[in-house]
Every structure is written in C-alpha cells, then in structure tokens.
Write a protein that binds this ligand. Structure first.
Ligand code: GLA
Length: 444
C-alpha cells in the first residue's frame, strides 16, 4: 500500500538507486545541494519489523571498507536518526523530550590504528575523503564539511580524556538518512563514530555508558562543529530502544522507555520531509536566536533554566518583551505536553496523542515562530485528510513534520499532502513511514 503511495516520489526524489544520503551535516557545513539529500529508494517505507531489518546490510559496508583500504574492518556499527514526538526546543532549557529512533541511519565499518591519524571515506561522497592527525584538531579552525562531525568526535573524546593521543582509525561511512531534514543525520554520524571508536579502541569506561557518550557527541557538535544544539539528537540515537520512545529529562539525564506500539494501535507515523533544508550550525540563525532568547528570559526571571518556571502566567507578567513572553509560553507548555504524551502512551491511548501533536504545532508556529509555510501546509493537510494529529519535528525553519495516521488512511493522507504541495508550487515532499527502531549498536 505504502509502496504504491511512495512510488511517484521515489522516481522524482531518488538521484541514485543505491541509496542513501550523504551522512553529512546540516547545510551550513555542507556544500551539497539539497536535491541530493532526499528520498532513499526502497528504504522509505518501514512499517513492519521485517522492513526495518532489511535496511541493515552490514555485508556491503564491510566489503566496501575492504575494497577501500585493502584490509578487513574489525566491526560494523550503526547509529539511527530520530524524530522527536514531543518536546521541541526544551532540551537546552533543561526540560523533557520524547524521541524515537528511526529505521534509517549511518552504518560504518572501522579498523583502529595506533598512528594518531584518521582517514574517513563516505559511500555517498566518494570524492571527498577526509584525513586528519588527531593531535592537530583545533576547534578554532574546524575541518569544515562533513568531516567536521567525525573530527569533532575525535576531538571531544580526547578532550574528555577517553581517547589516547595515538588512537587513530580507518573508517568507511554509509548512510540512508537525508541531510537537513531534521532527522538528525549529523548526530547519527557522530554517534556511530563514537560508538565504534569506544568499542574498537577498548574504551571500556565509555563503551558501557550511553549517557556519557551522548554528552561527548553533543560536545563534538557544540565545541568543534560550532552548532549550539541541545542533547536531544545524540541521546535519541544512542539511548532509544526498539518499540519505545525515550522519555528523557535533559537536566538530569534520567530516562525511561515508553511503549509506542503503532502496529497494535492500527496507526502509522508518517514523516513528511518538506525538503526545505534547515540549518543548525549557523550561529546567527534562527536556532541560535531561540537559544539566546530562552537564556535571556531565564535570566530575567531569575531561574537557572525555563524548566524551573512553575506558574506560567505569573512568569509572563514579570516579562516586558512580548517576544520573550511567547518563547517562555512555548517552552513551559511544551514540557507539560511531553508529560501529557507520556501519560497517554502509558495508558495505551496512542490515537489521543494526535490532539497533543496539534497543540504542540500551534505553539511552535505561533509562540516559538519556527515553522514554515511548507510545514504548516503538511500539518494542516494531513489532519484534514484524516491524520489523528500532526506537528513539525526537530529544530524547525524547514525539515520535517510527523503525522499520526490510521493505517487505512495512510495512502489518502500522503496523497493529500503531495497534492497540496504541488498546488502551492512547493517542491514535492519526501514521504516515509517509520516504526520506533533500535538505537545505536554494533552489528558485527
Ligand atoms: C535540533 C537540536 C536539538 C533540539 C531540537 C529541537 O534537533 O539539535 O538539540 O534542540 O532541534 O527540539
């Protein structure tokens, strides 16, 4: 069914049959045109566990490694992208988030070396090999491009005292995640590299500590790449589990797994990639501005973080700037919506999540001002065509929306969204249906 629905988009969106988006980072660090970063052939529909398993082909990646480097890798690792079900722009406010891991991600093969150098090749970017000496990495002069995400992990792992000076690697990266679609392709790359390094170099204290790994992967992004993001994406990739959403407290790092059995509920999660690329690593852009506004509002309110605002109305009465009032209202109510969503999921009332999705989208559109005409159209059209609810997901300013759709309305909703985009002169969206999938892991 979904195959039929997706077929026309595959033809338009898939630049090459063998896959896969580049594993690279958001646009600011990446010269790649967005047109190469959409759609992914048969990988697009993953509505059964079998679909998900078929996406993971470790044999090909290991063989590509051997061809590239003339030796065998010691292992193959995979780290997924994510969609966040609820809790947007709450992570850097010490709040709550609720992501699931996607069936799509970054797969890499690695062999450790003791020569203090790294060589990294990408199946998606055969002309852009990356090489660096790990001792020379300088966050004041990052490598740039997709290599920054790999180099940043070496830098952050060394800074944290985990990676010895002479630890190097040969790496081959493959990816079936689109870039710039708010599905965390950069975090997937960072987490795959970090997990592989920890395993292959025997960093035992790190390898068993997923929360600590998420902190290091985030530090790579903040401290080396220069994107002022929170800890949502890296935690999702490293800590999510199959069939569950991750209810994460971003202040304490405490997390619980919340059942999200879409199949049992007769629902599907449709991801609408608007193919308007979002950018996070732009320190003067909208994401950084939201971060700054939230920090300023917390300071004016005399709290450590907006998480600590207890009574929203009295907090708003103490602020003069109407923009800050809007930002605070979103963050505080969004944290409550995470709790509401978790309650409904624990009660097995997945369909009722739709109303919370809708409220969250309106808050992001009107109070936090991070939506776009394409995201609004995707959300409104999906709901009008029979979705139980829909919202943009991730950082905003482009990227993807998610819709909770009864199984038997998936075709109708997907077609309605695609038609509405065409009627409005927008690029054809890329449509994917996903199940909550396993977090980062060693495959062999
Ligand atoms: C991006 C960032 C995350 C988070 C989300 C919004 O994905 O990387 O840290 O702030 O946006 O929820």
């Amino acid at each position: 069914m979904l195959d039929r629905l997706l077929a026309p988009f595959r033809r338009a969106d898939t630049p090459r049959p063998d896959a896969a988006e580049t594993p690279a980072p958001p646009a600011a660090a990446s010269p790649q045109p967005r047109s190469q970063a959409s759609g992914g052939g048969p990988a697009q529909a993953a509505t059964t566990r079998g679909d998900v398993e078929r996406l993971v082909d470790t044999g090909e990646v290991a063989a590509a490694f051997t061809e590239a480097y003339g030796r065998e890798p010691v292992g193959v690792w995979r780290a997924p992208g994510r969609v966040n079900l609820m809790g947007e722009h709450t992570d850097y406010n010490d709040g709550l988030v609720l992501p699931i891991a996607l069936p799509w991600g970054v797969t890499l093969a690695l062999a450790p070396t003791g020569d203090g150098t790294a060589e990294v090749r990408s199946a998606q970017r055969p002309d852009e090999d990356v090489r660096f000496a790990t001792a020379d990495l300088d966050p004041e002069a990052p490598l740039g491009g997709w290599g920054s995400y790999v180099a940043g992990v070496f830098w952050a792992a060394r800074e944290a005292g985990h990676l010895p000076a002479d630890a190097g690697a040969r790496i081959l990266v493959d990816s079936d995640l689109p870039v710039g679609a708010s599905l965390s392709s950069s975090a997937a790359l960072e987490c795959a590299v970090l997990l592989a390094l920890a395993d292959a170099h025997g960093l035992a204290d790190l390898a068993g500590d997923r929360p600590a790994m998420a902190v290091i992967a985030r530090r790579a992004e903040n401290g080396y790449v220069g994107a002022p993001t929170g800890i949502l994406d890296q935690s999702a990739s490293l800590r999510c589990t199959e069939g569950y959403a991750l209810n994460l407290d971003c202040r304490t790092g405490a997390a619980g797994a919340v059942p999200f059995d879409l199949e049992k509920a007769g629902l599907r999660l449709l991801i609408v990639d608007t193919r308007v690329e979002h950018k996070l690593s732009d320190t003067t852009g909208g994401y950084a501005a939201r971060y700054e506004q939230c920090t300023r509002a917390a300071r004016e309110l005399g709290v450590d973080a907006l998480r600590d605002v207890e009574d929203v109305d009295s907090a708003l009465a103490r602020l003069d700037d109407p923009v800050l009032k809007d930002r605070v209202r979103h963050v505080v109510t969004e944290i409550h919506r995470v709790n509401a969503a978790v309650g409904l999921m624990r009660a097995g009332a997945l369909g009722d999540l739709g109303a919370v999705f809708n409220a969250s989208h309106i808050s992001m559109r009107d109070q936090f001002a991070i939506s776009t005409p394409e995201l609004d159209l995707a959300v409104e059209t999906a709901v009008a065509a029979g979705a139980r609810g829909a919202r943009m997901t991730g950082g905003g300013f482009g990227g993807s929306a998610i819709a909770l759709v009864p199984e038997d309305r998936l075709d109708r909703v997907g077609k309605a969204v695609a038609d509405a985009f065409a009627e409005n002169g927008f690029r054809a969206p890329a449509l994917r249906a996903a199940l909550p999938s396993p977090g980062a892991r060693r495959l062999r």
